[in-house]
Design a protein around this ligand. Structure first.
Ligand SMILES: *Cc1c(COP(=O)(O)O)cnc(C)c1O
Length: 438
C-alpha cells in the first residue's frame, strides 16, 4: 500500500474524488474522514489502521466467496499475465469461450444458449433492452416497443436501464426520458390493462424473488411463475434481472429456479466474477438469436458492444468462481447459514421495539427500523435512523449501507456461523446504542 499518511489520503479523496450515490457535501466534511480500505480476507475488510470489519453487504452485493479467495486471485493473476485484454470485435479469447459454455450449462432450463458480454449490471440490462427492441423490428413487430417494469424496480443507471427504474429518489429526474415504460405495481394491473397494452409490449423486466434497491422487498411466492404465464399468453418476452439475485444469493444459483421459470433474457453481473472484477453477461435463446442472423443487406446485425466486451480477466475470474461453487459445494454449505440468519432476524424482530418488518430471501435481508414496532410508525426522514445505525455498527465491526431506514444484511456466501452471529450481534448493539432513545 501507499506509504502516505491516512489523513493525507483521506483529504486527497475529499478534494478530488466524486463518489457514487453519495451526498458529497457530507462526504467532504473535514471532521469526518472517509474509511480507506486496504485489504480483504474472506468476509472481512481491513482499513488503513488495521481495523477489521465484516463485509455486511458483500461490498454492495457483489462478493460471493470472500475477498482474496486464492482460486480467484490465481485465475486473475494468471490471465492478466498472459492476456489482460484484446478486442472482442473480430477476435475471441479462451476464457470468454469457456465461460459462455459454463454459463449455458449453469443457466436455468435448456434454452438460454447465447451469451452476450458487457461490463456491469446496467449494461447487461441495456443490452437486453436493445436486443428485445431489435428483435421486434426484425420480425416485423415494430409496434411492440414498450417495456413493462415494476414500482420500486432498480435495473441500473445507464439511461435505458434507469428509465425502467421505479424509485423516485434515483429515477425521478428521468421522467419521460429513456425507453417507453409502462410501470405497474402488480400482475393484476397488467391483466386489467388487457390486450391493448399487451400488444404494445416488447418485454417485461423484473428482479426475481426480491427487489434489491427498493429495500430488499420480497415478491409473493408464485408471482414470477404467474408473470411468465402472462408473458407466454401475450407473446411478450421476459427479462430477468438477476444482477443481485444471481450466483447463490437467494439459496439457489439463480433465483428463478425457485419458481421453475426460464426467462427469454437473463441479465447477470455483480456476483458473476465472485465480486472481484467487473463483468456482465446477457443470456438469451437461440430463437431470439436466429432473428439476428442474416445477409448483410438484411441489416440484422446487433450493433452494440463495449471496448472491454468479453474481457479475458473477468471471464477467467468468473470461470474460477463457478468452479468454486462446485468444489466447495457452496449451495449446500450456505443452507444452515440461511436458516441461522432467519432465526437471528426473527429473534431481533421480537426483542427490539425499533425493528419493524424483517424480510429475508436466502442470504439477503432487509431490516426495517421503525419508531415503534407495534404501530409500525416510521422515524422522521431527517432522523436518518438507518444511516445512524449503520454508522454506529461500524464501531462494532460491521460494515453495511442502509436503504433509507432499511438496514441491509447480505453476508458473502463464505460467511461462517460465528461470523454471521458476530455480525447480527454488532447490529443489535448498534440498534441499542443508537435507537434506545427516541
Ligand atoms: C446493482 C444492480 C444493477 C446495476 O448493476 P451495476 O453493476 O451497478 O451497473 C441492476 N439491477 C439490479 C437488480 C442491481 O442490483
Amino acid at each position: 500500500m501507499s506509504g502516505r499518511a491516512v489523513a493525507e489520503l483521506a483529504a486527497a479523496d475529499q478534494r478530488h474524488v466524486w463518489h457514487p450515490f453519495t451526498a458529497m457535501h457530507e462526504w467532504c466534511d473535514p471532521d469526518d474522514p472517509p474509511l480507506v480500505l486496504v485489504r480483504g480476507e474472506g468476509a472481512t475488510l481491513i482499513d488503513t489502521e488495521g481495523n477489521r470489519y465484516f463485509d455486511g453487504n458483500s461490498s454492495i452485493w457483489t462478493n460471493v466467496h470472500g475477498h482474496g479467495h486464492p482460486r480467484l486471485v490465481e485465475a486473475i493473476r494468471r490471465q492478466a499475465g498472459s492476456l489482460a485484454h484484446a478486442s472482442f470485435l473480430g477476435t475471441t479469447n479462451v476464457p470468454a469461450i469457456e465461460l459462455a459454455e459454463a454459463l449455458v450449462r449453469a443457466a436455468p432450463g435448456d434454452r438460454l444458449t447465447r451469451v452476450f458480454y458487457s461490463d456491469d449490471g446496467s449494461t447487461a440490462i441495456e443490452c437486453a433492452l436493445r436486443l428485445a427492441l431489435q428483435f421486434r423490428q426484425l420480425v416485423g413487430e415494430d409496434e411492440r416497443r414498450t417495456f413493462v417494469a415494476f414500482e420500486g424496480a432498480y435495473h441500473g443507471d445507464t439511461l435505458g436501464a434507469a428509465s425502467l427504474g421505479g424509485i423516485d429518489l434515483f429515477h425521478g429526474r428521468l421522467a419521460g426520458l429513456g425507453v417507453p415504460v409502462r410501470r405497474v405495481a402488480s400482475i393484476g394491473e397488467l391483466e386489467e390493462a388487457g390486450e391493448p397494452l399487451a400488444e404494445s409490449v416488447a418485454a417485461v423486466v423484473i428482479e426475481p424473488l426480491v427487489q434489491g434497491a427498493a429495500g430488499m422487498r420480497t415478491w409473493p411466492r408464485g408471482l414470477l411463475a404467474d408473470l411468465r404465464a402472462w408473458c407466454d399468453r401475450h407473446g411478450v418476452h421476459l427479462i430477468l434481472d438477476e444482477v443481485m439475485t444471481g450466483f447463490g444469493r437467494t439459496g439457489t444459483l439463480f433465483a428463478c429456479e425457485q419458481e421453475n421459470v426460464v426467462p427469454d433474457f437473463l441479465a447477470l453481473a455483480k456476483g458473476l466474477t465472485g465480486g472481484t472484477v467487473p463483468l456482465a453477461a446477457t443470456l438469451t435463446t437461440d430463437a431470439i438469436f436466429a432473428a439476428f442472423v442474416g445477409e448483410p443487406r438484411e441489416r440484422t446485425t446487433f450493433h452494440y458492444g463495449h471496448s472491454y466486451s468479453g474481457n479475458p480477466v473477468g471471464c477467467a475470474a468468473a470461470l474460477a468462481s463457478l468452479a468454486v461453487f462446485e468444489e466447495e459445494r457452496v449451495l449446500e454449505r450456505i443452507r444452515p447459514r440461511i436458516a441461522r440468519l432467519g432465526e437471528r432476524l426473527a429473534a431481533l424482530a421480537s426483542a427490539h421495539r425499533r425493528v419493524g418488518e424483517v424480510r429475508q430471501c436466502g442470504l439477503i435481508a432487509g431490516i426495517d427500523l421503525v419508531r415503534d414496532a407495534g404501530t409500525r410508525e416510521s422515524f422522521p426522514r431527517e432522523r436518518r435512523a438507518g444511516a445512524a445505525v449503520c454508522r454506529r455498527a461500524r464501531r462494532h465491526g460491521l460494515l453495511t449501507r442502509p436503504i433509507g431506514d432499511t438496514v441491509v444484511l447480505m453476508p458473502p456466501l463464505c460467511t461462517t456461523a460465528d461470523e454471521l452471529d458476530a455480525a447480527v450481534d454488532a447490529l443489535e448493539t448498534a440498534l441499542a446504542d443508537e435507537l434506545a432513545r427516541a
